[in-house]
Design a protein around this ligand. Structure first.
Ligand SMILES: C[S@@+](CC[C@H](N)C(=O)[O-])C[C@H]1O[C@@H](n2cnc3c(N)ncnc32)[C@H](O)[C@@H]1O
Length: 274
């Protein structure tokens, strides 16, 4: 954890979101990535392959936005910087090492943004009794005529995570659960509103094994939000033993949608024709 502590000191996060622990959370992911690199390799490779495949299908390649790019483990940055005129890496926190990596490419820009658009307001109202929780309606890039591709990269399930922890003890469970679900739905709707092609890569469920045996039902990590059938799925060995306990392994199922708008359209058509 020493490397992560140093990186923590060298990184800065926006004041408003700092108290929610985004930077510490990033450093925990960085540390786990270092410990589990070998077990995460297949997931990282699949994610990068999917991004490059979608990028290759874009007829115009002016600007690409990678949402949740923060740690850059799963972003094929060099290849994307050759394929597109501009690469926008979007995250609420860009750790120091990511900033150093991004500086190597003249057409790569780091965009620090809260992709829910609701975290500042959440901190403002959370402790005010009786006040409604904010509505998430992100609008970054929605009017950008140069945006040809956006990929949401292993971000979706993370959007409600820290807000959920932050609200613990401040609001009742059903209110927190409804807010977490709302953050997920708002992101999916945002991917439909953005110009250009949009793609989604996200974990959808989590399975815990004890000594090789599945011990509990597959846990939905998307808070009850149903997605269309994915184009591709794979397993991510997120926590190999003894990461969270001796003999315990956690596998997440990851789903990929190379064309999110089309996937939603097809799902809506099926619902209408039913
Ligand atoms: C699991 S990581 C995604 C994987 C990451 N691309 C990597 O290379 O390891 C989730 C990312 O979502 C970011 N994130 C979480 N909530 C966010 C928000 N409200 N706005 C923008 N980024 C957010 C985190 O900072 C983190 O970098």
């Amino acid at each position: 954890m020493i490397l992560e502590f140093l990186e923590y000191l060298l990184s800065s996060s926006s004041k408003s979101c700092g108290s929610m622990g985004f930077l510490s959370s990033s450093m925990r992911v960085r540390a786990r990535f270092r410990r589990c690199k070998r077990f995460w390799a297949a997931h990282i490779e699949k994610t990068q392959e999917t991004i490059l495949e979608v990028a290759g299908q874009c007829p115009r390649r002016r600007r690409v936005a990678l949402l949740g790019a923060g740690l850059l483990h799963d972003i094929p940055l060099e290849k994307l910087s050759k394929m597109f005129e501009e690469v926008m890496l979007v995250d609420i926190v860009h750790p120091w090492l990511s900033r150093v990596s991004a500086r190597r490419f003249r057409n790569v820009t780091l965009v620090r943004a809260d992709l829910t658009g609701a975290m500042e307001e959440l901190q403002r109202v959370a402790r005010l009794p009786g006040s409604a929780l904010p509505v998430s309606r992100p609008d970054l890039f929605v009017n950008d005529p140069r945006l040809d591709l956006t990929v949401s990269v292993n971000l979706l399930s993370q959007l409600p995570h820290l807000p959920g922890e932050y609200l613990e003890g401040l609001r009742d469970e059903p209110t927190v659960a409804a807010f977490q679900k709302h953050l997920i739905e708002a992101h999916l709707e945002y991917l439909q509103r953005l110009p250009g092609r949009t793609a989604l890569i996200t974990d959808i469920s989590s399975r815990r094994l004890e000594r090789g045996e599945t011990v509990a039902q597959e846990r939905d990590v998307l808070h009850g939000v149903r997605l269309p059938p994915p184009e591709l799925t794979w397993q991510w060995h997120l926590a190999p033993s003894p990461e969270i306990g001796r003999g315990i392994d956690v596998y997440n199922t990851v789903a990929a949608y190379g064309n999110w708008k089309k996937a939603v359209e097809q799902m809506n058509l099926k619902t209408i024709n039913r």
